[in-house]
Design a protein around this ligand. Sequence first.
Ligand code: GTP
Ligand code: MG
Length: 404
Amino acid sequence: MGLFSKIKNMFKSYDEEEEEDLVEEETSEEEPKEEVEETEEQPEEESTEEEISPESVEEKKEEPKKEEKTPEVVEEVKEKTKKKSLFKKKDKKEEEKKSVKIYEKGLTKSRQGFVSKLANLTNKYNKVTEEYFEELEEILIMADIGVNTVMDFMDRLRDRVKSESIEDPELLKEIIVDELFIIYVNEEVLSNKINYNDNDVSVILFIGVNGVGKTTTIAKIANKLKDEGKKVLMVGADTFRAGAVEQLHEWSEKVGVGFFGKEGSDPASVVYDGIVKAKDEDYDVVLVDTAGRLQNKVNLMKELEKMNKVIDSLVDGGACETLLVLDATTGQNGISQAEAFKEITNITGIVLTKLDGTAKGGIVLAIKESVGIPVKYIGLGETKDDLQTFDIEKYIYGLFKDLM
Ligand SMILES: Nc1nc2c(ncn2[C@@H]2O[C@H](COP(=O)(O)OP(=O)(O)OP(=O)(O)O)[C@@H](O)[C@H]2O)c(=O)[nH]1
Ligand SMILES: [Mg+2]
């Protein structure tokens, strides 16, 4: 089965289920609410239908001792365990569904821009001709996919059209999606995972030029990690821009995580003091905000080297991630930034922000082609939920669902 069909099978049912849910909600308004409450409030507890009164609590305490070994009780426990794991599965599925929706919503502009052009192309031609190929090439280049990727892709597509004698553009839709993403999917299966330090505090450095979304991304990630039960410290080492440290401080209060920062001091010394604090106070993760002054490459390189030296001296294994933040709306400019930063320091992953603000959507492929660093997170909006772990399948679905 091709990628196109696989992804369609995976996610299309969510849309259908949602329609079903809507119909259900219309017919019975109160029931679904109660169900949700039960799953949320009592995931660990035994699920009982009875109201909780002091007597029933006492009764329950006594019951297990008397009847522990009877087959009925064993059956009951089995039934409850089954229910519990069903709820857990349901929760997980709900989370997955929510995530797919965030992708869909965040990629609306791209769907209406570049993907609708693809759909129009299929409607315009009733036969695959040289003009069709030329127009397709232009659409893909305009979508920030990157010229070399597009050229390779066009060669492969032309070969397939020839060898499989395809004439109908309608049939090509599926092949286009498959061929565009197959390389990415084949090579990118595991590497979008964030590395954490198992033996010591996990330090994650965020780098990138002005205004790309470093500070906002740190806030979003801190919120995510906090929800996962991790103790997070934000460290404001962007001591260059006035107000930057205070901005991070405000975010730390909003999110409810720890903070360390000092306006006007040397970034490496702020990182030093921040990590010492993290170790003293048993933090799990340290998120370091830096100033990205690409205008002065030598200085920036020295500054990052100094910070890494400090981290290496304090933390077993050094920083576990150095994430480069790129703004998706800057297109090829973002690619140049990635290439420049790659020369300066060792980048372990990319955060691609503001994907909701571009109609081009193909920049993920260009990053893969010209930089070869995995995209680990994407920003699809300004709320805290709009930062998502990058998942190529959800991304493809969010882009191409209208063709599916
Ligand atoms: N629509 C949208 N806006 C975003 C996203 N991520 C960040 N922003 C916005 O981008 C703007 C800049 O974000 P910051 O986090 O301040 O960027 P920065 O890289 O820390 O900037 P400097 O500290 O000046 O270097 C803010 O208005 C954010 O709300 C995103 O995924 N989508
Ligand atoms: Mg900032």
